[in-house]
Ligand binder design. Structure first.
Ligand SMILES: C[S@@+](CC[C@H](N)C(=O)[O-])C[C@H]1O[C@@H](n2cnc3c(N)ncnc32)[C@H](O)[C@@H]1O
Length: 426
C-alpha cells in the first residue's frame, strides 16, 4: 500500500493513515511517501514494514551504516541528525499529552555528538543458529548482524568489535556468550564477558589481550552462584559533573550500570543538579543511585544525601567516591519500593527527591509513596517517555506541577529518549 508518513511517534515509528486506519511503519520519516506491507493487523491499526521509499520526506538522508535496517540498535539513521532531537521533542510531548494527560512545558534540549558516542555495546556470539561469530542482535530477532565497525560507538569500542570476534573464534565458546566492550574516559577498553566461555580464566586472559583492551571480567557459574575471572585492569574512569559545571572522574566497575554516552554524561548530571536546585545543606533523597554518578555532583554542590540503591557493590563504590572527596552521605542498599514508606527514610524529611530508575520506571507504588512526602521538588530521569508519563501520574494527582523538562539526547540515531523532568509543588 502507498502510505504518506505524517509524523514520528513513540519507538521511532512513522505514522500514516489509510481510510481512518493508523499505519505504523519503522524506518520511515515525516513526509515520506512509502510502499508498506502489513505484517500485523489489529482493529484500527496496521503494523507494517517498509518495502520502498517512493518519495523521500524533507528530513530523509542516506543512512551511513552498511548494516542499517538490519541491526537492532539504530532506528533513525535515515533522518538528518539535526532534525532527530526536534522530532524526539514532539514524541515526548505527544506521549505526555496522551498518557499523563498534561500540556507539558516546552522541552529544552541538551545534545552532543550524534556519532561515535556509545562507550559500551552488547555483542552476542558463540555457537548458535546463526554461526559462531560475534555481532549485534538483528531487528526484532536473535539472529546476528556482524559489522566490522559501529558508527555510533566511540572509536575504541568500534575497533574492539572485529578484535573480539577474532579472539572469540580462538576461544571457541561452548554456548552463547555476550561480550561487552566498555571504554572509559581514557579510551581504554575493559571487556565484560558472560556465558559459557569454557575455561573462564583463559578466556579472560585472551579477551584482555585483544588490541585496545586492558582487562576482562568473565563470569562463570560455580559453587554458590555467579563468579568472575579477572585479567588485567578491570575498572574504568568515567566523567561526571563536579557540582559546578566542570568535570570530575569516577572509577567505575563496568559490570554495574554506567550511562552509555560518556561524553554527554557530565551534562546529564549537571542538568539533574541544576533542576534539583541544591545548595549547601539541602536534604536530598536520591533513589536508584547506582555507583554515585549523580550522588557525587549533588554532594559536591553541598547536598546532604540519603541514597538508595539495590546493587550493594555499586553503592559501596559510590561511598568510596564520596569519601575520597571528603564527602559523606547516608547510603542504603535496598529496593526503592521497600524503603520509600519506611518512616526512618522520612526523618528528617527530604526537601528534594532525585530518582533515576531503570527503563521500567519507579512504578506506581513508589511514586505514590514519594508524592505523599512533604517535598516541594522532585527530579525524575527517564529513558522511556511512556514510563515517565506513567510515573508522573501520582505526583500530578498530588498537586505537583511539571515545571521543566529537559531532553538530554544521549542516544542519537536510536529511538531512545532520555528526559529529566522537574516537578514542583507550591
Ligand atoms: C538507570 S540506573 C541509574 C544509576 C545512576 N543514577 C547513574 O546515573 O549511573 C538505575 C539503577 O537503579 C538500580 N535499581 C534497579 N531497580 C532497583 C530497585 N528496585 N531498587 C533500588 N535500585 C534499583 C540499578 O541497580 C541501577 O543502578
Amino acid at each position: 500500500m502507498r502510505v504518506t508518513v505524517e509524523r514520528l511517534v513513540h519507538l521511532g515509528m512513522g505514522l500514516g493513515r489509510i481510510d481512518g486506519r493508523v499505519w505504523m511503519i519503522p524506518l520511515t520519516a515525516p513526509g515520506d511517501v512509502v510502499e508498506a506491507i502489513p505484517v500485523r493487523e489489529r482493529p484500527g491499526l496496521v503494523e507494517a514494514r517498509l518495502e520502498s521509499v517512493l518519495e523521500p520526506g524533507p528530513d530523509r538522508v542516506p543512512p551511513p551504516c552498511p548494516v542499517y535496517g538490519r541491526g537492532g540498535g539504530c532506528h533513525l539513521q535515515h533522518i538528518a541528525p539535526d532534525r532527530q532531537s526536534a522530532l524526539k521533542v514532539a514524541i515526548l510531548q505527544d506521549v505526555l499529552r496522551r498518557i499523563a494527560k498534561i500540556e507539558p512545558p516546552p522541552p529544552e534540549i541538551v545534545s552532543g555528538d550524534p556519532w561515535a558516542y556509545r562507550c559500551r555495546v552488547e555483542l552476542h556470539g558463540g555457537p548458535s543458529g546463526s554461526g559462531a561469530g560475534l555481532g549485534f542482535f538483528a531487528r526484532q530477532s536473535h539472529d546476528r548482524v556482524e559489522p566490522d565497525a559501529c558508527l555510533i560507538s566511540t572509536p575504541p569500542v568500534s575497533a574492539a568489535i572485529p578484535n573480539l570476534r577474532d579472539a572469540l573464534a580462538r576461544i571457541r565458546p561452548r554456548g552463547p556468550v555476550t561480550l561487552e566492550p566498555v571504554a572509559g574516559a581514557d579510551g581504554r577498553v575493559v571487556v565484560v564477558a558472560r556465558g559459557d566461555l569454557g575455561d573462564p580464566g583463559q578466556a579472560a586472559q585472551a579477551l584482555a589481550g585483544t588490541p585496545g583492551a586492558v582487562g576482562c571480567l568473565a563470569s562463570f557459574r560455580g559453587h554458590g552462584g555467579v563468579h568472575w575471572a579477572m585479567a588485567g585492569t578491570t575498572l574504568i574512569p568515567f566523567p561526571t559533573d563536579d557540582g559546578a559545571g566542570g568535570v570530575t572522574t569516577l572509577t567505575l566497575d563496568p559490570r554495574g550500570f554506567t550511562q552509555a554516552n560518556l561524553a554527554l554524561n557530565p551534562a546529564l548530571a549537571a542538568t539533574v543538579r541544576d533542576l534539583a536546585e541544591v545548595g549547601p545543606g539541602t536534604r536530598v533523597l536520591e533513589l536508584f543511585a547506582g555507583a554515585g554518578n549523580l550522588t557525587v555532583p549533588l554532594a559536591l554542590a553541598g547536598a546532604r544525601i540519603t541514597a538508595v540503591e539495590l546493587n550493594r557493590e555499586a553503592l559501596d563504590r559510590a561511598g568510596g567516591e564520596l569519601k575520597s572527596r571528603g564527602l559523606d552521605a547516608r547510603l542504603r542498599a535496598a529496593r526503592v519500593e521497600d524503603v520509600v514508606s519506611d518512616p526512618d527514610m522520612r526523618m528528617p524529611p527530604p526537601e528534594v527527591v532525585v530518582a533515576d530508575p531503570p527503563r521500567t520506571g519507579m512504578g506506581p507504588g513508589a511514586a505514590r509513596a514519594l508524592a505523599s512526602l512533604p517535598v516541594a521538588r522532585v527530579v525524575l530521569c527517564a529513558c522511556d517517555p511512556a514510563t515517565l508519563a506513567r510515573d508522573l501520574g501520582p505526583f500530578l494527582a498530588s498537586r505537583f506541577r511539571l515545571d521543566r523538562l529537559v531532553l538530554v539526547d544521549m542516544f542519537p540515531q536510536t529511538f531512545h529518549i532520555e528526559t529529566v523532568a522537574c516537578l514542583v509543588r507550591p
